[in-house]
Design a protein around this ligand. Structure first.
Ligand code: PLP
Ligand code: SF4
Length: 377
């Protein structure tokens, strides 16, 4: 966990005159995003290759980061920094030898869409894409196809059509509000969505998938948002931390604010080559998540999405990591390793094998230390 000093941003020249009220205001963070090469060069020292990647990918994929997120990078010249690699474009993103065979939408989210903006894959859950705007554009995003589109939130009219579908389908018990990042929406728009979903009796859970806790934690110091979380009690927040460097004392305070509204906070991590594909890094990440009271939920095998494949590890890497964590780390901190299947066939968990053999009378297990244990059945 990073402990940030008071006025930590003032060490960075372009922000030396930014006062605390500005910096800690979530709207200031979004309004002052860095969105082009010259802006990012004012805070990071870019390599020739990175500059070239900017030029090549610039007309294809969006770029953007909040000042807060980029300020967490301690060494501005280190091209291997895990936060830097999540925001700075790489030439591999458009290398046809790597990306050429793959699709922008391997899970058919747009095809399995009964109405625009909804994906209905499992009977009891529906994915609700509220906006295609994000305050940070993660290079590894599984919805990278939205980086090709104009940045916009959906209109009220579109939302109404989405509500109607949910209203008419009583098998739906849970709405997963995602994006883009739904918590970049103003409170009023968010309230409109929440209020409408609340009026649908068969909805038990409203899951909000957002990265604002990682890239703009000041969002959760906004009284208006906290009041919505408090009022709409069905909300669960799912966030997306990938590296321990992303967790700070501000994260901790933000989580405390969220928990005080009765909203549980869980995390999904994507296994990313060169960023967190390491037993120790994941162990530290899970430990730090627990310290700030976030429950690790999923660790995902990197999706086969065009523009993202250079981040993909071996499938076995995630299994090895889980194997390493078991016995070493509190069970509370162990996520489920999962693979999303092509064609929209759903997510499947992949576990290390602990049950080695079984017959009518006994089962043979291997424990976390590789001791073989027989039990009677
Ligand atoms: C991931 C996903 C869900 C949620 O799956 P959980 O296993 O409940 O987290 C639901 N719908 C779609 C389309 C998804 O991609
Ligand atoms: S915040 Fe989420 S939706 Fe937005 S770019 Fe990052 S991973 Fe994709």
């Amino acid at each position: 966990m990073q402990i940030l000093e008071r006025f930590y941003w003032k060490k960075i020249k372009v922000w030396e005159n930014i006062d605390e009220n500005q910096w800690t205001n979530w709207k200031w963070q979004i309004a002052n995003r860095l969105v082009d090469l010259s802006q990012i060069e004012s805070v990071l020292k870019l390599s020739q290759e990175e500059k070239q990647a900017f030029k090549i990918t610039g007309n294809i994929f969006h770029f953007g980061t909040t000042p807060y997120y980029v300020s967490l990078i301690n060494d501005i010249a280190d091209i291997q920094n895990p936060i830097r690699k999540q925001i700075i474009p790489a030439i591999e993103e458009v290398d046809e030898n790597i990306q050429g065979f793959f699709s922008f939408d391997p899970f058919l989210e747009d095809k399995m869409s009964p109405v625009s903006g909804l994906t209905h894959r499992y009977p009891d859950r529906v994915l609700f894409r509220a906006t295609n705007f994000c305050s940070v554009y993660c290079r590894h995003c599984m919805r990278k196809r939205m980086f090709l589109e104009e940045e916009r939130a959906r209109s009220k009219q579109e939302y109404e059509t989405m509500f109607s579908y949910i209203r008419e389908n009583k098998s739906i018990k849970e709405v997963i509000i995602s994006g883009g990042d739904p918590l970049t929406l103003p409170n009023k728009k968010l309230e409109f969505i929440l209020k409408n979903l609340y009026e649908i009796e068969h909805i038990d859970i409203i899951r909000i998938g957002s990265r604002e806790l990682v890239v703009n934690p000041y969002r959760f110091f906004d009284e208006g948002l906290l009041e919505l979380f408090d009022r709409y009690e069905k909300i669960w927040l799912i966030t997306h931390f990938n590296h321990p460097d992303e967790i700070t004392d501000i994260t901790k305070k933000a989580v405390k604010n969220i928990l005080s509204t009765g909203t549980p906070v869980l995390n999904q991590t994507v296994l990313l080559k060169g960023i967190n594909d390491d037993e120790k890094v994941i162990e530290n990440l899970m430990r730090d998540l627990l310290k700030v009271k976030i429950k690790p939920y999923y660790l995902f095998f990197c999706d086969p999405v065009k523009g993202v494949l250079h981040f993909r590890t071996e499938l076995e890497k995630g299994v090895q990591i889980l194997e390493y964590l078991r016995g070493r780390l509190s069970g509370l901190g162990i996520p489920v390793y999962a693979v999303d299947l092509d064609g929209g066939l759903g997510k499947v968990p992949v576990f290390p094998q602990y049950l080695l053999d079984k017959n009518e009378n006994e089962a043979v297990f291997r424990n976390y230390e590789n001791k073989i244990v027989k039990i009677k059945l």
